[in-house]
Design a protein around this ligand. Structure first.
Ligand code: C5P
Length: 228
């Protein structure tokens, strides 16, 4: 079978990756991989099991056999709906701790690559273009200032009914970014062949158009439908 086209969108938390990935996938009719959700699930499962987040071997073993089901737009862990629980800032922070464990990353690698199926895949994360899909036809690195990212995250969480303080959020985002950028395995950084987009002053539709344009150039068979 021919390889499915892949678009990777990497970047720090709150850069708008998730929103852009969902919109682009909808226009193209492609599958979507929210790789952050997998790390969030591992972090949540470890926390629920009362595991020490530095116990690398035990957490990696659990990651290999995680009882997860995605149904419609919901995520179930061992039969329990955890769609909201994985979105809290604590879950994000725990995700970033378990994500620094090389064995956990290795355990999730095959699972993530299995998402690359026709008609195509939009993969959202931190190392999609560098490690998981190094041969992707289009690689985007989406960035924005830390303040802007915290504001977006704040609004997103409020809209979901999750109560947070903006000041605490900025501190947490900076701490998480620092850990993600400085870890020894698969650190957050643009792939050499990635197109970097700073979205600080761009609205979502402008970013979506730019990404679609890059996809149509790399994969002309997807059709030239961009509104640019
Ligand atoms: O993108 P999201 O905020 O859901 O990711 C949660 C955490 O999972 C990140 O802070 C990062 O540490 C980790 N992650 C990762 N590699 C990915 C996706 C997420 O290390 N591809």
């Amino acid at each position: 079978m021919a390889e499915a086209p892949v678009l990777t969108i990497d970047g720090p938390s709150g850069s708008g990756k998730g929103t852009v990935a969902a919109k682009v996938a909808q226009v193209l009719g492609w599958h979507i991989l929210d790789s952050g959700a997998l790390y969030r699930l591992v972090g949540l499962a470890a926390q629920k099991a009362g595991m020490d987040l530095s116990d690398s071997a035990a957490i990696a073993e659990m990651a290999r056999t995680l009882p997860v089901k995605f149904v419609d737009r919901k995520v179930f862990l061992d039969g329990e709906d955890v769609s909201l629980a994985i979105r809290t800032e604590t879950a994000g922070n725990n995700a970033s701790k378990v994500a620094a464990i090389p064995e956990v990353r290795a355990a999730l690698l095959g699972w993530q690559r299995d998402y690359a199926r026709p008609p195509g895949l939009v993969a959202d994360g931190r190392d999609m273009g560098t490690v998981v899909f190094p041969h992707a036809g289009v690689k985007i690195f989406l960035d924005a200032s830390a303040d802007e990212r915290a504001r977006r995250r704040y609004k997103q969480l409020k809209d979901k009914g999750i109560d947070v303080k903006l000041s605490g959020l900025i501190a947490e985002i900076e701490e998480r970014d620092h850990r993600d950028r400085n870890r020894s395995v698969a650190p957050l950084l643009p792939a050499e062949d990635a197109q970097v987009i700073d979205s600080t002053r761009l609205d979502v539709d402008t970013v979506v158009d730019r990404v679609l344009q890059a996809v149509y150039e790399a994969y002309p068979e997807t059709g030239c439908k961009s509104s640019i």
